[in-house]
Design a protein around this ligand. Sequence first.
Ligand code: RB5
Length: 149
Amino acid sequence: MRVALGADHGGYELKEAIRKHLEAKGLKVQDLGTYSADSVDYPKYGFAVGSAIIKGEADLGIAICGTGQGISMAANKISGIRAAVCSETFSARMAREHNNANVLALGARVIGAGLALDIVDIFLKTKFLGGRHTRRLNLIADIERGENI
Ligand code: RB5
């Protein structure tokens, strides 16, 4: 599995911990920055993570900022991206099983690194269930195309 990873300065330290964690498991990680704790603008990193998925360079993405909110909002502006902010493992599992989320957003100022790594592991290993959930995701895609549902 190929994972795109991006963070602003608020998420930089957690990104480094997640990158090391995933590389130790043998996963291919595309580190899209930021590469220091200097202040940067989170939309650029949400865009980079989402774009890597849409371009087919990564299977799933992880985007981190202080709260996970801003970077997920930016990623979700890309057509085909479904970014979910998760602060516990149940939401991470449901985001994959029901919503086929392709980006996990984390708030580095909200949760600790231990919980974040558990959330990451569950998000990456859980599969989309399909079935009735596909119909609902198709409706989200209709909204994205400007259709009146
Ligand atoms: C940066 O200070 C902070 O606003 C950002 O990391 C994030 O929390 C935005 O949603």
